[in-house]
Design a protein around this ligand. Structure first.
Ligand SMILES: [Zn+2]
Ligand SMILES: [Zn+2]
Length: 184
């Protein structure tokens, strides 16, 4: 829990002015907000400034404002097996109680700054939880050829290489052709 001064013009800072503080008072909102920067894990995330569609409900309760909502955001990343670009979408749900007073709140709880609350950390946490650590372009992606690095989904079916152990390769050069014939 950190006391911070919120910028009312920041896109993810929501005003509760119209809601008031009377418990039971409620407001629904549909918003489109630009995705915050650096939202993702190593191989996948929400592109900065992409449109995030939010449906939220603000509800005044005794201790503060309860925010319940869903968000839809585009995802962009890289397949962990073949490195092909992946685009998809995530939908997350979240709920957070923003306390009026730090006295009622615990260490990790969120606080209102006057009439303002910051939805960005709540959205960020909800999204990061849904992101796969090893995203794949398709469940059966075969990845890359370990010999030449070609993406196997793009290669001829049955793509493979004659693999000759380096030690055998040397011997093959030393042994005359007809000796090989006798052995086989
Ligand atoms: Zn792949
Ligand atoms: Zn290959």
């Amino acid at each position: 829990m950190t006391l911070q001064t919120l910028d009312p013009r920041a896109p993810w800072v929501i005003s509760t002015h119209d809601l008031g503080r009377r418990p039971g008072s409620m407001r629904q909102m549909s918003l489109t907000l630009p995705a915050p920067a650096n939202l993702g894990v190593e191989m996948i995330g929400v592109p900065a400034d992409a449109d995030v569609e939010l449906d939220i409900r603000l509800e005044a309760v005794m201790e503060g404002v309860l925010v319940t909502g869903t968000a839809q955001a585009p995802l962009r990343g890289e397949c962990a097996r073949c490195l092909e670009e992946i685009t998809s979408e995530t939908e997350v749900g979240f709920q957070e109680l923003f306390f009026y007073s730090a006295e009622d709140a615990a260490e990790d709880d969120s606080l209102l700054d006057g009439e303002l609350l910051d939805l960005e950390p709540v959205f960020r946490d909800a999204v990061v939880l849904t992101l796969p650590l090893s995203p794949v372009c398709s469940e059966d992606c075969e990845g890359l050829c370990s010999e030449c690095g070609v993406r196997l989904a793009d290669a001829e079916p049955g793509h493979k290489h004659e693999v000759i152990d380096a030690r055998w390769a040397k011997l093959q050069g030393l042994v005359p052709e007809d000796n090989n014939d006798q052995e086989s």
